[in-house]
Design a protein around this ligand. Sequence first.
Ligand code: ZN
Length: 298
Amino acid sequence: MTSTLAVVGLDAADYELARRWDCENVLLDDHREMETFSYSYDQPYTPEVWTTVATGVHPRDHGVHGDAAEWDSLPLRVASKLTQHLHPEVRQRLGQPFRDRGHEQEIDRTEAPSAFDSGAAMGWPGITDAEHLSEAWSWASEIKFGELTESQLRRNVYGNTGEEFGFLVGMNGVVPIAGVHSHVLDVVGHVFAKRESKLREFYERVDELLGVVRRETDEMVVLSDHGMKVSWVDEGEVGVHSDRAMVAATEGVTGELPESVFDVKAWLEANTDADDADDRDVTMDTAEQRLEELGYIE
Ligand SMILES: [Zn+2]
């Protein structure tokens, strides 16, 4: 059986907050603060950083930056280009009426090689489709317009978090490396940046759920792209991304923990076993006619 490295891209997991609240499954056996970067905006921008984490290269080279989302219609793409220097949240709000009418917005993907090429990834911005990230952005505008209750927000974030963490459990023993992006702590970090006990509840629940992933996978890594400025730690504006990104690993993961988001890819690859995938085509033991009757094939 393949030994699997499970990689959790835990968006906005703040190194200071994870330690303050003693989140043992976010921090795992070994952990450190990791250097991140800002490029298109004055704070680290999620799609840019995650694509760099997976590819090891700068946004100039992987191509996912600033205007990282593409609309499915030409007029919207043009409008999107014209507004690309506005703040992402403003652009999100401008796009909402179109999103409500069913226009889809896809986050750009890079063609650069990534750490997950020999395995599988889900929802990783810049690498796979990232529907959960787009969804989370749209909740932010629903909240802005008073269209989301706290209990709906909880259902939304934990529904997606469960799918994301479940993916890693399902992939264990199946691929040498599996990665997932989870936006839960980013969303609730923006929402509860002035309410410590509320945000703490989410960190503790996420930590519990990561305990399940830790128990059910061979080795595990937790990474973040940035942290979150909050009123009980930071001076000045809160609810903006902090530089307190982090990295953590279980004890079987070898090598020094990466100092910067640019060092992650090489480190993950050094900890990824060779793929022993079975490349034979799968064959069917049921008669075609039976499958036709059942509507599986035509
Ligand atoms: Zn982020």
